[in-house]
Design a protein around this ligand. Sequence first.
Ligand code: OAD
Length: 233
Amino acid sequence: MKQIVVLTGAGMSAESGISTFRDAGGLWEKYPVMQVASHDGWEADPVLVNQFYNERRRELLSVRPNRGHELVAQLERLFKVSVVTQNVDNLHERAGSSHVIHLHGELMKATSSLDPNNPQFIETLNAEHCNIAPGQKAKDGSLLRPFIVFFQEAVPMIETAAEEVSKANILIIIGTSLNVYPAAGLVHYAKPGIPIYLIDPKPVSVRINGVTFIQKGASDGMEELTQLLTAVE
Ligand code: OAD
């Protein structure tokens, strides 16, 4: 069975009603990114950072996966599929994708601020308990923080993701401006010559050859690409 890696960004969830970061009206226009999503920002004002992610969590609970997420999940009927996502939402999982690697963390999880990647301290939030309250403590007694990879922090899943990309027979990139490293560098781990498809309504610059650009939104783009891939298989 051929292996597909789908690399996704905020544009994947745009049609579910979640704002992207860098488009006009995007999240980083409304909130100063270094205040709400950086390690320094967390140290300076954890209450503000928790409030920002509490809001994101409530938003996530009010939306659903879109047709694009569903079609990505359905690729598993014909291919071995890994989704490598920069998104912290759980819409790929809710649409049925069974192998999702989250590069930037997961919104529905919280963790220790002293040892954030220690699985012992990672807790799952739910609809009834989705807020982190000011001063709330993690299991190790440190301040409870969102399980999000802040700017200025290492990306622990990057090596796992790079290995997946290097094994792919087909790479699909959906809805990412490819501005943020190391995620954006993952495309360079693709084996030379494999088909690479990029779905985005706006032109995105990828500095590799042979990329087939489908200039559409995630749902329409995935409809087109599914037809293309199923015709070949
Ligand atoms: P960006 O906001 O930088 O890029 C979103 C991309 O989605 C753009 O290329 C848009 O053209 C595209 N887009 C918009 N609507 C779309 C649609 N309906 N269908 C498909 N694509 C659409 O978001 P990311 O590249 O995901 O990190 O940003 C990467 C990281 O920067 C995020 O994970 C986040 C952010 O800071 C952290 O917070 C750690």
